[in-house]
Design a protein around this ligand. Structure first.
Ligand code: SF4
Length: 335
C-alpha cells in the first residue's frame, strides 16, 4: 500500500465497528493487513534507558515518576554523557538496533535540550539509531534535537480526547498535538501511542486509535501500552482489562495504521505467553527488550528469547545503512 493509500479519515463509528467484529474475524483481518505490509515472523527489539528519572511535576494518574505520588521512585538528575554512552554501547553489543532515552520532564528547558543534544550526538556516533522522550517541545527545541542526530521522538496521546481530563490535569490534549506538530515540523519521525486499561470504555479506546490514525501522518511507531498498576498512583486498583480486549486493540491499531510498527509495550510482564502470541498474530511487531522499562519491570531477556524460539520469531535486522541504529520507547512518557 502506498503512503497515499493510507487512510486519515476514519470515523469513530468505523473504528467501533472493527472493535465489535467477532474475535476471529477481527484477527483474520488484522493478520491479513499485517502480512501485506510486514514480515509476520519478524519482531523489532528495542532498548530503553531512563536518562533522568522521577521528580516530574505532571500528574499523569498512571505514572510512578510523578513527584506528587508516593511510589518509591527516587528522583535522579540527568545522566552524564559518559554514563549514557556506556549504556548505549552495552545495548548495541547486546543486539539493540535503536536506543531510546526517556527523561521525566513536563517540558525541558533549553539548557536541558542542549545537554540531551550532546548525549544524542554521542549515542548516534556509536552507530545507533536514536530516539528520545522528554515531554513537550517547542519547534526550536525539536530542531535542535534533529540537528544533533535524533531520529525519533516519542510523545504519546495517552488516551482518547474525551477521557484525557480524567487522567491528566496538568496539561491538555491539544498540548500533545502541538508537540507532535513541532516534532514532525522538524523532520523527526514520530513514536506515538497510548495506554489502555485505565478504566476507559471501548468507545474511548476506539477514540484513541481513531485520533492516532487521523494524524497528518501515521506515527512510524505506535506503542500500545497496558496499564501497569503501581501502588501509590491514582490508577492502582483499576479493574484489569480483559486480555482479549487488549488483543483487539492491537488488531484495530494494525488495521488503521497498516505500515506503522505496532509496539507491544508496557504491561507485557503481566501478559502470559499465549496472549503475547495472539498480539503478534494480530499485528504487533515490536517489543521492548531488556530488564527494565523506565521504572517498571519487563520480562527478562532469556524469557523473551525462549518465547521467540517457541513462536519461530526472529528479531528484525537493522534496516538502516551499516553503522546506523534504532531504539524505542515505553512507559507513557515513555511508554
Ligand atoms: S508520564 Fe511523563 S509527564 Fe506524566 S508524570 Fe510520568 S514522567 Fe511526568
Amino acid at each position: 500500500m502506498s503512503a497515499a493509500a493510507l487512510r486519515h479519515d476514519w470515523t469513530r463509528e468505523e473504528v467501533a465497528a472493527l472493535f465489535a467484529l467477532p474475535f476471529n474475524e477481527l484477527l483474520h483481518r488484522a493478520h491479513s493487513v499485517h502480512r501485506a505490509h510486514h514480515d509476520p515472523n519478524a519482531v523489532q527489539v528495542s532498548t530503553l534507558l531512563s536518562i533522568k528519572t522521577g521528580g516530574c511535576p505532571e500528574d499523569c494518574a498512571y505514572c510512578p515518576q510523578a513527584q506528587r505520588y508516593q511510589t518509591g521512585v527516587q528522583a535522579e538528575k540527568l545522566m552524564s554523557v559518559e554514563v549514557v554512552v556506556a549504556r548505549a554501547q552495552a545495548a548495541k553489543d547486546a543486539g539493540a538496533s535503536r536506543f531510546c532515552m526517556g527523561a521525566a520532564w513536563r517540558a525541558p528547558k533549553d539548557r536541558d535540550v542542549a545537554k540531551v543534544a550532546e548525549i544524542v550526538g554521542a549515542v548516534k556516533a556509536l552507530g545507533l539509531e536514536t530516539c528520545a522522550t522528554l515531554g513537550m517541545l517547542t519547534g526550536e527545541q525539536a530542531a535542535t534535537l534533529k540537528g544533533a542526530g535524533l531520529d525519533y521522538y516519542n510523545h504519546n496521546l495517552d488516551t482518547a480526547p474525551e477521557f484525557y481530563g480524567e487522567i491528566i490535569h496538568t496539561r491538555g490534549f491539544q498540548d500533545r498535538l502541538d508537540t507532535l506538530e513541532h516534532v514532525r515540523g522538524a523532520g523527526l519521525k514520530t513514536c506515538c501511542g497510548g495506554i489502555v486499561g485505565m478504566g476507559e470504555t471501548r468507545a474511548q479506546r476506539a477514540g484513541l486509535l481513531q485520533t492516532l490514525a487521523n494524524l497528518p501522518e501515521h506515527p512510524e511507531s505506535v506503542p500500545v501500552n497496558q496499564l501497569v498498576q503501581v501502588p501509590g498512583t491514582p490508577l492502582h486498583g483499576t479493574k484489569a482489562l480483559d486480555p482479549f480486549e487488549f488483543v483487539r486493540t492491537i488488531a484495530v491499531a494494525r488495521i488503521l495504521m497498516p505500515a506503522s510498527m505496532v509496539r507491544l509495550s508496557a504491561g507485557r510482564q503481566q501478559m502470559d505467553d499465549a496472549v503475547q502470541a495472539l498480539c503478534f498474530f494480530a499485528g504487533a511487531n515490536s517489543i521492548f527488550y531488556g530488564e527494565k522499562l523506565l521504572t517498571t519491570g519487563n520480562p527478562d531477556v532469556e524469557a523473551d528469547r525462549a518465547l521467540f524460539r517457541r513462536l519461530d520469531l526472529h528479531a528484525l535486522e537493522v534496516e538502516a545503512e551499516p553503522g546506523t541504529v534504532h531504539a524505542d520507547i515505553l512507559e507513557p512518557c515513555a511508554a
